[in-house]
Ligand binder design. Structure first.
Ligand code: DON
Length: 564
């Protein structure tokens, strides 16, 4: 029923968007005066918001929301995965943290290839070999230690209570669990909690996860990376044929990084730096489209789609060649984002016909060489903002569930390039820069982003969606900036995506004008409408002129804004 209401609401919004031009009535998301958390589950948003109400800041709320998502949203929220966070403090200071998974110490470049050098299907996506060393707990503790203000007890208490009390199954969750059950059975030796036929409104309790969280309360970060949890986890992974050891866990550390910052018109965009491609690729696309007047072309018009598609094609070609873990490869970030390079990159663009991806390779740069996710946004009552995206990669990660500890393990090893030129589960190809090496972080597309306008905080935004993350974040920012949408309209608007290879535009086709699709086809663009995919689940918060906040929670998921 709730599902029906949301679908009806969406179509109402679509019609609303059209009538807007005449009536100027705007569809708005949740409005609050002081603070807000938007995440994939109401329970997590509420726990985060309650922490703010208690006097905590955005960083306390980040820790609480991230951990609450591990309980309430096992599809992507996690203790067994990793993520990235970008922040902007009320005083304008910015920063970023990388709590991305790492390849285990005994990982090798060709670990997913057979004797003939071919990729072994499923080895990097299902089961224990697919797991990267998890980073989430290290990330949460690093953020809290440096920037938090409340005791960890205040943050963990409601999360542990939620795990004991249980979480109510939503309609969408019911169908997701059902869909993935064959994989759970295939991968896990013993039956797991998700093998049961869970129905909407049932409550799933997580006592084992609660115990794991209690060990964080007792021992901090070491309660995960050392001692009982680490022993249990390493043994479990190895018993299932994996290679992660206690040493791998003990050595894991989150890393503070300098965010990628660039200008687009009068906006300052602050986004995630490598090992995520998010900030660099977003920056390249935005700088390539900046000279064109998208506002005049119109939202999702043929011309706007052409310009954006061609910029995306070029940026994704660069992504696959130049980007990887900066601790292992030199990335020419400054050149990749420079005006002269990007102007040259758009040479050959024409409104007459598409550029063929076969004619596009990575740009020529002299380099000194030695190569199912969830997002949440928080703005606190003090003016601090965070944008965080966290993942176990695929839906329920590797599908391997450690019942003794109460969580799924990631399949992030698939984000490495198993073999140059062979696409991963998101269809993106990678090169030497993203090849596997011990302790290396795999390239990501996660794009947690904060936007400033005229020196003031404007937006916190991000999304899941694998390789489509970058382009969904792009369109959401453009929807507000170029097309004057509200935050909720910007999130709800239908999206499209091009990633160089395959040479096609993915589209949420049902949301697009059929004439637009036909005209693009006539020009020579291939539109992928085999099925109408959902592209991303964007969550964001917009600061309005009067400094009140508007939440945009994506109707495509169970996403919810909570605030005060
Ligand atoms: O880091 C990345 O880019 C991927 N592991 C993200 C996966 C993802 O977004 C899955 N959700 N739909």
């Amino acid at each position: 029923m709730k599902h029906l209401v949301k679908i009806t609401l969406f179509f109402f919004l679509l019609i609303g968007c059209k009538t807007n031009q005449k009536t100027n009535v705007k569809a708005r998301g949740l409005m609050t005066q002081k603070a807000m958390v938007v995440s994939a589950r109401e329970e997590a948003s509420k726990i985060g918001s309650d922490i703010l109400k208690k006097g905590g800041n955005a960083f306390d709320a980040m820790a609480a929301t991230e951990l609450a998502l591990a309980v309430s949203f096992p599809y992507a929220g996690n203790l067994g995965g990793g993520g990235f966070m970008v922040y902007r403090k009320a005083n304008g200071e910015i920063g970023a943290i990388d709590y991305r998974e790492k390849a285990p110490l005994s990982a090798t470049k060709n670990m997913f290839l057979d004797g003939n050098g071919n990729v072994i299907p499923g080895k990097s996506t299902l089961g224990a070999m697919a797991i990267g060393v998890p980073g989430t707990v290290a990330g949460v503790f690093a953020v809290h230690e440096k920037l938090g203000s409340l005791p960890m007890l205040d943050i963990l208490k409601p999360v542990i209570e939620l795990a004991y009390k249980g979480v109510v199954v939503t309609k969408k969750q019911e169908s997701r669990i059902k869909h993935y059950q064959p994989f759970f059975r295939k991968v896990n030796k013993d039956s797991i909690i998700f093998d049961k036929l869970w129905k909407e409104n049932d409550t799933i309790k997580y006592p084992a996860l609660a115990k794991t969280l209690e060990r964080l309360l007792e021992h901090g970060k070491d309660g995960f990376y050392k001692g009982e949890t680490a022993r249990t986890l390493a043994k479990f992974i190895q018993d299932n044929g994996g290679i992660i050891t206690e040493d791998d866990l003990a050595k894991y550390e989150a890393k503070w990084r300098t965010p990628i910052v660039f200008q687009y018109d009068d906006l300052k965009i602050i986004s995630m730096s490598p090992p995520s491609s998010g900030g660099v690729s977003l920056g390249q696309i935005m700088k390539m489209i900046e000279p064109y007047d998208l506002h005049t072309f119109g939202h999702n018009s043929v011309k706007s789609i052409q310009v954006i598609t061609e910029a995306e094609r070029r940026a994704y070609a660069d992504r696959s060649y130049f980007l990887g873990d900066p601790d292992f490869v030199d990335i020419p970030v400054e050149t990749l984002l420079s005006k002269s390079y990007l102007t040259k990159r758009m040479d050959g663009f024409s409104f007459e016909k598409p550029t063929s991806s076969n004619d596009i390779a990575h740009g020529t740069i002299q380099i000194v060489e030695s190569d199912e996710t969830t997002h949440y946004s928080i703005i606190d009552q003090f003016g601090n903002a965070i944008s965080a995206t966290t993942t176990i990669n695929g839906a329920y990660g590797s599908k391997l569930y450690c019942s003794d500890l109460g969580f799924f393990l990631n399949n992030e090893m698939d984000d490495f390039s198993s073999k140059p030129g062979v696409p991963n589960m998101f269809g993106v190809t990678g090169g030497e820069a993203n090849s596997i090496a011990p302790q290396k972080r795999m390239l990501s597309s996660m794009t947690p982003t904060i936007v400033e306008k005229n020196g003031k905080l404007l937006m916190s935004v991000g999304t899941p969606g694998g390789s489509t993350i970058i382009t969904s974040v792009l369109q959401t920012i453009l929807n507000v900036h170029e097309f004057n949408m509200t935050m909720q309209e910007a999130v709800d608007a239908p999206r499209f995506h091009h990633q160089w290879l395959p040479d096609e535009i993915q589209m949420e086709v049902k949301g697009f004008d059929i004439n637009t699709i036909n005209q693009l086809r006539k020009l020579g663009y291939v539109i992928n409408e085999k099925e109408s995919p959902v592209i991303g689940k964007v969550d964001g918060i917009l600061v309005l002129k009067d400094e009140s906040l508007e939440g945009g929670a994506d109707y495509r998921g169970d996403d919810t804004a909570v605030g005060f």
